[in-house]
Structure formats: C-alpha cells, structure tokens
Ligand binder design. Sequence first.
Ligand code: ARG
Length: 486
Amino acid sequence: MSSDTSSQPSANQLATKAQAWSALFSEPMSDLVKRYTSSVFFDKRLWQADIAGSLAHAEMLAAQNIISQADYAAIQKGMAQITQEIEAGQFDWQLDLEDVHLNIEARLTALVGDAGKRLHTGRSRNDQVATDVRLWLRGEIDLIVELLRALQLSLVEVAERNVDVILPGFTHLQVAQPVSFAHHLLAYVEMFERDAQRMQDVRKRVNVLPLGSAALAGTTYPLDRERVARTLGMEGVCQNSLDGVSDRDFAIEFSAAASLVMVHISRLSEELIVWMSQNFGFIRIADRFTTGSSIMPQKKNPDVPELARGKTGRVVGHLMGLITLMKGQPLAYNKDNQEDKEPLFDTVDTLKDTLRIFAEMVGGQVNPHTGCKEGGITVNAAAMRAAAQKGYATATDLADYLVKKGLPFRDAHETVAHAVKLASQKGVDLSELPLEELQSFNSNVQADVFEVLSLEGSLNARNTLGGTAPAQVRAQLQRHRARLGQ
Ligand code: ARG
C-alpha cells in the first residue's frame, strides 16, 4: 500500500501550485487570483497545529501498516527540521503554495523525499484544516480561561479592600440605593466567571477530531481515527465525514462566547470612564492607561477603556461575519471556509490583549522588589460617599421601616414620596429632617429611624444571599478566593 503513490504530485509539481494540477488546466493562475485565493500569509500561524496533526496522522498510518516505520521516522525528522526553520524565522513561506498545509508538505517532501509524499495518504486539506483550526483554538481557549481568572483575581483584590466603601447604586443612571463598592465589583466577577464557564463548555465541542473524514466521504484506507484523537488529546471523533470537514459552528460558538466577554468588558469600561470623569471623581487609573490631549493641557483621557469599548464592536462584528459565512453553504467543504481564519485570529488577539490589559489596569502589576501589586485603580471613598448622600438613596429604607411599623408597602411608598418632596424643597437629605417633621408623615416614626436612614444602616439591612450587606459581601469574597486561589 505504501508504494502506491503514483497518483500524487511529485515534489517538483508541488513546488508551484500552478503546476500541481496543470494537466487539467489550459492556463496558469493570474497573480491577482493567486493572491485572492491564497491564505498562507495569515494561516501560517496554524503551523504548530498543522505539524502536530500531521505527526499524529503519520504515527497512525505507520501503526496501521499504511506507511512504513521508516517513512514515519523520516516524516518525524523532516518535521523537526521544519519546526526549527519556522521558529528561527528561516522558513520560506511561498504564496504560490497557497496555504500553510501545502507549504509545509512541500518542504517536507523537499527534505525527505517519498516519505513526505506519503503523508497525505487518507487525508485531504479539508479534514486537515478543520483539525488544525480546532487544535489551535483549543490552546487559545485555555489561555483565555487563565486570563479571565487573572482579571477576576484583580477585581477580587480591589473588592477586598473596599467592602465598607459605599457608592450610589444606579438604575436608569439615577441614584437608586447605596451599595458596597466591593459588591459592585463582584458583579463583574460573576460575569467573567460565566464567561470562563462558557469558554470551557465551547472547548468540549472544539476538541473533536475531523481528521479521517478526508475530502468529504471518508477514506478507503483502514485508518484508526480514535488513535489519532488520543494522540492529539481530543475528546472524540467527528461521527460524520461531511459534517466534520464543513461545519464551523465551533468557531461561531467561540466567537459568541468571546463577544460576551467583550460586552462585559465594555460595560466595565463604560463605568470606569464615567467614574473617572471630573463630575464623578470616584476613581483614578494609572497614568500609563491614559493619554493627554494635543490641545487641552489639563486632559488625561481614559483611552484604554474607551478602546476596549470600541473593540467590542469589532469582535461582535467578527461573530456576524462568521455566522454569515456559514449560512447558505451546502455540504460539504467550500472554499468560503477559508474566510473563517482572519476574524477568528483577530477575535483571539483582541480578547487576549484586552483581558491582559484590564487585569493590570484594575489590579496593578507585581513590583519585583516588594512582591506586592501596585498601580491598580485608586478609589476615592469620600467622593463615592458624598454622591451616595445625594439623591435620597435611602428612601426605600424609610418605606421598609414604615412597613415594619405596620403600614402596607404601597402606603409607605406614598408617605415617603411626600417626605422626599419636603426634604428636596428644603435642600436636605431625609436623615437631616428633624424627628418631628418625619413624625408628621407618620406618627410611628421613632429616633431609631436615623440608623435606618444612614448609608451603613441601609447596606447592613440588605443581609440576604446576594445582597450588598458587608457580611454578605465578605462571604462572597471568601467563596471567590477559595475558587480562584491566591
Ligand atoms: N486553505 C484552505 C482553508 O483554509 C484549506 C482547505 C482547502 N481545501 C480545498 N479543497 N481547497 O479552508
């Protein structure tokens, strides 16, 4: 079996793609069409996955006696040399050879001769590329999960220092009720944790082997696909060859999960930008994440969070691109699928850079001398507190107080609305109204109302699971620490 290679192109024929199938073609490909159809200048980043997939395939071909052990040894040797060449930046990537797969195969054949020509036995670029993208993406997902964890840790660290810092919580961006700043940050920790779980879930469907599907219908050689999957650490084998070579739903799913991460980052960015503005003055971020203005000397602009908010559009755009790419493709492989790579690569690059930069911007950087993190966000607790004291953030607490004194909630709500009206006419907070005045709205009001109207009293009262009471927030912090480690 291993000697029957007569139908495969020779090394020289592979050297220029235009010649590789020239027997059928009456004219060579124009330079423009070559440039239009080739992918090597972006898909070369799949080289490690491509070599790993080829080695696993070759090992199985030898184990199944489809090629000889000597051929397998030659392929291993050739691939080791190619790895060195690529790592050293000495590999001669050729546009004429269209893509990463043909470039590596041609070089292998140039290095080891016929053994290189036998590598493609029982394989097509269709199942090869689907395998490469999955292998590559699996590794990237693992990095992204680690980065999500690092960002969560940064948020937890800042939260731990700010459990008792109070800021106004908003609905409709109107002051609603006071909340702990730690509680606010932990809301993002929850979002990023679901993002990490989504990534891990997507990984299960990414980590399945298409190789062995060949061009579309399977292959005539007695391949052991399970063996290849085991070698590559994949969790299973695509069970239908037509599906295995053609669907890119795993990439779309990843892209959707990545879009959600960016949406969460974008929400956080929006808050950082607002909190940094002079009108709020709640926080500062380190200067290295801001830029000045070329005309207004006083400016320090939050470029990093603004760009992250902007890049969210780009990542969501890639999701739209990928999902539209798939729509309308008949079975099985179509060249349309070559267009999956640039959006996918850019999504991964954007996401990793954004997560890295946010972990540092929020939590700071480890100082090598002290071993402590420095330079994260600086919190202005006084400004947060002053803002929480405006806008009658404890009005609900007064209503709840009256309910506990026996008033139905709807009546209590109405009574407090009158009290707020009076306080705002006088330009004071509810807690600044004299007791007699509060009693004029309801005779059951006693001196203990002032504890209820305080910011601390308001927080402490919300002591149910998931609430903002410092006791609850501390319990959540412990849970996150136990989960995330140090
Ligand atoms: N460069 C191609 C891609 O990214 C590889 C598969 C090409 N297969 C084919 N039959 N032309 O999808």
